[in-house]
Design a binder for this molecule. Structure first.
Ligand SMILES: NC(=O)C1=CN([C@@H]2O[C@H](COP(=O)(O)OP(=O)(O)OC[C@H]3O[C@@H](n4cnc5c(N)ncnc54)[C@H](O)[C@@H]3O)[C@@H](O)[C@H]2O)C=CC1
Ligand SMILES: O=C(CO)COP(=O)(O)O
Length: 342
């Protein structure tokens, strides 16, 4: 039986381990904290990160990395984005080059601006690295609610192998060769979800949220084009698909954080209240810095950056966005699909 190691027993790691466990695979589930592992062992439930979901007996919780990784064909990384480098460094002594790494985290690395697959490649250069991303809240996947995602990486054959490995009758996996677009879609939608939450927290309406989502995907695609993504990916599951779910779902930590911020709660209190990773906070700063570096216009990201990092008043940044230089929508969208000389 195929063995899979899931590294990180937060909500997403636990949900994906549960989905893989239900297929009958032998799954090891690693977490750095003993109390979480002991809790899972005793209760067969991850009460902190994914309450209410039974963890099957073929899922083996452990704090021992070596034990988790031994004989695993696939290593699933399910930690927060800024921990990916550190965690890969901890894996390095125990990993062999035949093991395929699949990253689930959505983000970009601060300071280096690398995509997470690039970070993993730097630390574990002999392993093939793939990404699984898309509109997939852990709480729903764990309950078997129909969900669609994308796997992406260099080889078509391995992508199709992973498609088989992760697919279930409620978890449909597509492939997409554009890893740049897949990773950027997942990382950047969290910024817009924070904005959608702020909009809700301020009491704005559905018009505002539709505007944020539609104009959000345009600026995500604009940065994506600059960074070498295929524009078409942003029309797919890891682009507009993930943007829709994150901007509208009450499962989204980014949206919930945005709501609290929009209601006036200070950022530190918001993070404490959510108690899980809110990737959009770092992503906003990183995307803002990259957009400045490449002179890429990202008005929503810039507005959210000002609110989060410069204490700007949300209503004022919204007014500034609404009164910017007037534009032609179709010219802008066409420019995203024009692949001329670089
Ligand atoms: N929760 C969800 O529905 C989904 C989450 N994701 C992405 O998956 C990633 C993880 O998210 P969640 O599991 O929801 O977050 P979480 O907050 O529930 O769990 C994060 C996990 O990362 C671990 N971690 C953080 N720093 C670490 C370090 N230095 N060393 C070792 N472990 C460390 C934590 O202990 C925890 O197990 C994020 O990038 C998120 O955007 C992607 C799709 C769905
Ligand atoms: O990426 C996700 C769903 O696809 C999870 O979003 P949040 O991190 O906002 O909960």
């Amino acid at each position: 039986m195929l063995k899979i190691a899931v590294i990180g027993a937060g909500s997403w790691g636990t949900a994906i381990a549960s989905s893989l466990g239900k297929k009958g695979y032998e799954v090891s589930l690693w977490h750095r904290r003993e109390e979480i592992i002991n809790n899972i062992k005793e209760k067969r439930e991850n009460t902190k990160y994914l309450p209410g979901i039974t963890i099957d007996e073929n899922i083996y919780p452990t704090v021992n990395l070596e034990e988790a990784l031994i004989d695993a064909e696939v290593i699933v990384l399910a930690v927060s984005s800024q921990a990916v480098r550190n965690v890969c460094e901890s894996l390095e002594p125990y990993v062999n080059s035949d093991q395929i790494i699949v990253n689930l985290a959505k983000g970009l690395e601060a300071d280096t601006y690398l995509r997470l697959s690039q970070v993993i490649n730097e630390v574990l250069p002999y392993n093939e690295v793939y990404v699984l991303s898309g509109p997939s809240h852990a709480e729903e996947v764990a309950k078997g609610i129909p969900t669609t995602v994308v796997v992406s990486g260099e080889s078509r054959e391995k992508s199709e192998y992973l498609q088989e490995v992760f697919s279930t009758d409620t978890f449909r996996v597509y492939t997409n060769p554009d890893i740049v677009g897949v990773e950027l879609g997942g990382a950047l939608k969290n910024i817009i979800a924070l904005g959608a939450g702020m909009s809700d927290g301020l009491g704005y309406g559905d018009n505002s949220k539709a505007a944020l989502m539609t104009r959000g995907i345009v600026e995500i695609s604009r940065l994506g084009k600059v960074l070498g993504a295929k524009s078409e990916s942003f029309a797919g599951l890891t682009g507009i698909g993930d943007l829709i779910v994150t901007c509208t779902s009450m499962h989204s930590r980014n949206r919930r954080a945005g709501i609290l911020l929009g209601e006036g709660m200070p950022l530190q209190d918001v993070l404490k209240e959510i108690g899980m990773v809110v990737e959009g906070i770092n992503a906003t700063k990183i995307a803002y810095q990259i957009s400045n570096l490449y002179h890429c216009d990202m008005p929503i990201t810039t507005a959210i950056y000002k609110v989060l990092y410069e204490n700007a008043d949300v209503k004022e940044v919204v007014r500034d966005m609404m009164t910017r230089k007037k534009k032609n929508e179709i010219e802008e969208i066409n420019s995203l699909y024009y692949h001329g000389w670089k």
